[in-house]
Design a binder for this molecule. Structure first.
Ligand code: PEP
Ligand code: MN
Length: 357
């Protein structure tokens, strides 16, 4: 249940609603937007008596009683008007491109600085850099907190917002304290509900912080993916980008099973922007441009691409997956052309395609 309000509720009004919902085991979660605010009743909010009491309050104009497993992320939610910004890009108004190294090499920071400048030059709007890494092999390089300084230095040098994955609450705190703009929840933690709750709570009062939520590593239903985002939004910050990145088992020859094709399905069900990661999906630099363009053709709002100024000198996934700046620039140019063509086509699409266009 959602209470949409053009103006904010006062603390007294909030207290009045809290007194109504608490006996029913629910709480009220304000989600304050630039234009309108919404107030979600979180918990099992179906009790008619509770709804009637809220509707009876003189300052309540309307209560949305939409039933959905993910009522905040649902396309029908009042949050659908939410605009998410990453640096200069408003999602939905321009194609967002996040690019950079899979892994920052703390012993060779100059590669990261060069990569950061190169991806900016190639047209990226945000820089990614792995500080802590989820590695299948426990003996592989696991990342290093020192790389956080390198990441933030790259932000200072380029002026672009930066993205890094966090895998636990300690890393989350360090990343937020350092000022990381976009926090990535990776495919291995995408269904780690305690971490999703923790990140939701940690960014509740940081309306400019964004979460890039990858799709879980195994091919789960679309609703599972959106419900994971709902965990984060339920604490008050709806700046969540959904990131399909391929699922297992992989398609023969590719690292994973590419899943950019779920973009229209996601768009039919949720208002959240879709930012596809073609790099982990196909897992080889040579296939990444085609996968990136396919994602845009499917309606993606953004791309997250691994790139390195000198891939063979990189660590983590970079030697296999990272695009060179030249190929990245080509891919971004093609992707932006395609995005503009799609946007134009969308404006003339038959009404029956509304949900998936
Ligand atoms: C990454 O972004 O480098 C990464 C490990 O991503 P994923 O969680 O999609 O495997
Ligand atoms: Mn990677």
């Amino acid at each position: 249940m959602i209470i949409p309000k053009p103006a904010r509720l006062t603390p007294d009004q909030l207290a009045e609603i809290t007194a109504i919902v608490e006996p029913f085991g629910c709480r009220i979660q304000p989600i304050i937007g630039a234009v309108r605010s919404i107030y979600a009743i979180v918990g099992d909010e179906r009790d008619e008596l509770m709804i009637n009491r809220i509707e009876g309050l003189p300052f309540i104009e309307r209560v949305d009683k939409m039933q959905s497993a993910y009522k905040l992320m649902d396309r029908r939610s009042s949050l659908a008007a939410n605009k998410i910004k990453v640096g200069d890009v408003t999602l939905g108004e321009d194609l967002l491109v996040i690019a950079g190294q899979c892994t920052i090499d703390p012993k060779n920071p100059s590669y990261f600085y060069e990569t950061a400048h190169a991806v900016k030059e190639a047209g990226a709007n945000s820089i990614r850099g792995g500080v802590w890494k989820p590695r299948t092999n426990p003996y592989s390089f696991q990342g290093d907190a020192k790389s956080l300084d390198i990441l933030m230095e790259a932000h200072r040098r380029t002026g672009l917002p930066v993205d890094a994955e966090v895998m636990d609450e300690h890393q989350l705190k360090l990343a937020l304290d350092a000022g990381v703009h976009m926090l990535q929840i990776g495919a291995r933690n995408a269904l780690n509900y305690s971490l999703l709750r923790a990140i939701g709570a940690a960014i509740a009062n940081r309306p400019s912080t964004v979460v890039l939520l990858k799709r879980a590593i195994h091919m789960g239903p679309i609703s599972e993916f959106i419900s994971a985002a709902e965990y984060i939004a339920a604490y008050g910050n709806p700046n969540i980008l959904l990131c399909p990145r391929g699922t297992t088992p992989g398609l023969d020859g590719y690292r994973n099973h590419p899943d950019e094709s779920i973009t229209p399905l996601l768009k039919e069900k949720t208002w959240a922007p879709v930012v596809v990661d073609p790099s982990h999906s196909v897992g080889r630099a040579v296939y990444v441009p085609a996968c990136a363009l396919a994602a845009v053709a499917y309606g993606a709002d953004g791309l997250c691409i691994e790139a390195h100024v000198s891939p063979s000198k990189g660590i983590g996934d970079d030697p296999k997956q990272a695009l060179t700046p030249e190929v990245l620039a080509y891919t971004i140019t093609q992707a932006r052309h395609l995005w503009a063509t799609r946007r134009e086509a969308r404006a003339h699409a038959p009404a029956c395609l509304a949900a998936a266009k």
